[in-house]
Design a protein around this ligand. Structure first.
Ligand SMILES: Nc1nc2c(ncn2[C@@H]2O[C@H](COP(=O)(O)OP(=O)(O)OP(=O)(O)O)[C@@H](O)[C@H]2O)c(=O)[nH]1
Ligand SMILES: [Mg+2]
Length: 401
C-alpha cells in the first residue's frame, strides 16, 4: 500500500521536438507545478521553446551535432543521447517514477529511447513511455523507425508503453484544420493525459490511487495501454458524469468502447473542481468500473483543483498485459500502407533483445568520424565490438570530439 503523505517525485522527460512541444503545453497548466519537468533534445531552438528552466534542459551531443537536431537519423540521436548519459543520470536521480514523452519517427526521441531506458533501469526508476506514432502521410521510413523502436526497445524493456498514433489523434478534426493547429491540439491532448495520470498519483486529495499498485502494474512487461478522456461542464452532476463517460468511450485514443471490457487492468481517474463531492466521485468511478470485466484489476484515484471548477475530467487508461502484437496492429491500422518488409515484420519471432542497439556510450572513430557508418543489424561496425557489446575491458575515458 502507498504510504500516505510521502512525497512522490514524478519526473516528466520530454525527448526531441515533439516532446518539447508537448512539454510546453504541459508547463502552461498550473497542475504541472508539482511535477519535475525536464527536456532533452539535440536541437537548441526546440529546447529553448520547451517552456522549462534552463537547468532542466539538456542539449544532447552539442559539440558534435552543433545544436541542429539529428535530421531523422536515429543512430545520431542515440549517439548524441549516449554522450549525455551521466548528466541524464544526475537529472533523473531521485525520481519515484519517470514518464517519457515524445514523438517516434525522428532521430532524437527514437534514438534516445534505449539510452533513457538504460539509465532509468540503472537507477531503478519505473518508466512509462507516452510516445506519438507518425502520421501515415509522413511516409514509410518514419513509420519503420517508430515500429523498430517500439518492437526493439520499448516493448522489451520499458515498464509500460502508451503509443498515441497521430492519425487517431487527428481523426476527430476537420480536414481543413491547419497542420500547426492540429499539432497544437495533439500536444494538448497528450499533456492532458500526463496530467490525468500524475494528478491522481501525486495529489489524490479525494481518493489517492495506490502508487505501489500502479508501479507494480507498470512493471509488467509488454503491456499495451490505450487511453480515453472525457470532459464535461454540465451543471447537473448526474448528467455531467454521463456526458464525460460518453466522451471517454468515444475518445479517439481509446480505440473503441470495447477496450475497457478487454483490459486486464484499468486505471481510472477523476479530476474535478473544489465542489466535486465524494458522492459524485463514487458514482462516476462506479459507472466507469461497470464497463470493465470483473476479473480485471482496477486502480482508481480522484483529485480536485481550483482550475477544474465547474468541470470534471474522467480518464481511463486500459492495460492489456503481454499484448505485444496489439501495438504493431494499431500502428498498421493508423496508416494506409502495409509495410512490405521491415526488420521487425520480417522476423516477428526474434527476441526483442536481439534488436536492441547495445552501445550506450560512444567512442571516437578517429579518421572514420565523418565517414558514412557501416551499419549491420543495427550495429555500427566502425565501433569496436567490445564497445558495441558493452564489454568492460578497463576504465578508459570515453573521448568524443
Ligand atoms: N503530437 C505531435 N507530434 C509531433 C509534433 N512534431 C512532430 N511530431 C511527430 O513526432 C515525430 C518525430 O518528430 P520530432 O519530434 O520533430 O523528431 P526528433 O525526435 O526531434 O528527431 P530529429 O528532429 O530528427 O532530431 C514526427 O514524425 C511526427 O510524427 C508535435 O508537435 N506534436
Ligand atoms: Mg527535432
Amino acid at each position: 500500500m502507498e504510504q500516505q503523505g510521502k512525497p512522490k517525485e514524478i519526473t516528466i522527460l520530454a525527448l526531441g521536438g515533439a516532446g518539447c512541444r508537448i512539454l510546453r503545453a504541459l508547463a502552461e497548466a498550473p497542475a504541472a507545478q508539482s511535477l519535475r519537468l525536464l527536456a532533452a533534445d539535440t536541437d537548441a531552438e526546440s529546447l529553448a521553446r520547451s517552456g522549462v528552466a534552463e537547468n532542466c534542459r539538456l542539449l544532447a551531443g552539442a559539440r558534435w551535432r552543433g545544436g541542429r537536431g539529428c535530421g531523422g537519423n536515429v543512430i545520431d540521436g542515440q549517439r548524441a543521447m549516449a554522450h549525455e548519459r551521466s548528466t541524464l543520470e544526475q537529472m533523473l536521480s531521485g525520481s519515484a517514477m519517470l514518464m517519457v514523452i515524445g514523438g517516434l519517427g525522428g532521430g532524437t526521441a527514437s534514438g534516445g529511447v534505449p539510452v533513457v531506458l538504460s539509465v532509468a533501469r540503472k537507477l531503478g526508476i519505473p518508466t512509462m513511455f507516452l510516445m506519438t506514432l507518425p502520421f501515415a502521410l509522413e511516409g514509410h521510413s518514419k513509420r519503420r523507425v517508430a515500429e523498430e523502436t517500439v518492437k526493439g526497445e520499448l516493448l522489451g524493456l520499458a515498464d509500460a508503453v502508451l503509443c498515441l498514433p497521430n492519425d487517431l489523434l487527428f481523426s476527430v478534426l476537420e480536414a481543413t484544420t491547419p497542420l500547426a493547429e492540429a499539432f497544437r491540439l495533439a500536444d494538448r491532448e497528450v499533456s492532458r493525459t500526463v496530467l490525468a495520470l500524475t494528478a491522481v498519483l501525486r495529489n489524490g486529495n479525494l481518493l489517492a490511487a495506490d502508487f505501489g499498485d500502479f508501479v507494480s502494474l507498470l512493471k509488467r512487461r509488454k503491456s499495451y495501454c490505450s487511453i480515453g478522456v472525457g470532459v464535461s461542464s454540465e451543471t447537473d452532476p448526474s448528467v455531467r458524469i454521463d456526458r464525460a463517460m460518453e466522451e471517454l468511450l468515444h475518445s479517439p485514443l481509446l480505440g473503441g468502447a470495447g477496450k475497457l471490457d478487454e483490459a486486464d487492468a484499468v486505471i481510472l481517474s477523476l479530476l474535478g473542481g473544489p465542489e466535486l463531492s465524494i458522492g459524485e466521485t463514487k458514482a462516476a468511478l462506479e459507472l466507469a468500473s461497470r464497463q470493465v470485466k470483473p476479473e480485471a484489476r482496477v486502480i482508481v484515484g480522484a483529485a480536485t483543483a481550483e482550475e477544474w471548477r465547474g468541470m470534471i475530467q474522467l480518464c481511463a487508461v486500459t492495460v492489456r498485459l503481454d499484448a505485444e502484437n496489439e501495438i504493431v496492429e494499431v500502428m498498421h491500422k493508423s496508416t494506409e500502407r502495409t509495410p512490405k518488409r521491415s526488420r521487425a515484420a520480417a522476423a516477428p519471432e526474434e527476441d526483442a533483445s536481439q534488436l536492441t542497439l547495445p552501445f550506450l556510450e560512444t567512442v571516437s572513430k578517429g579518421i572514420m568520424e565523418n565517414t558514412t557508418p557501416v551499419i549491420w543489424n543495427g550495429e555500427d561496425l566502425d565501433i569496436p565490438t567490445f564497445k558495441r557489446r558493452n564489454t568492460v575491458l578497463d576504465n578508459g575515458k570515453t573521448v568524443v570530439e
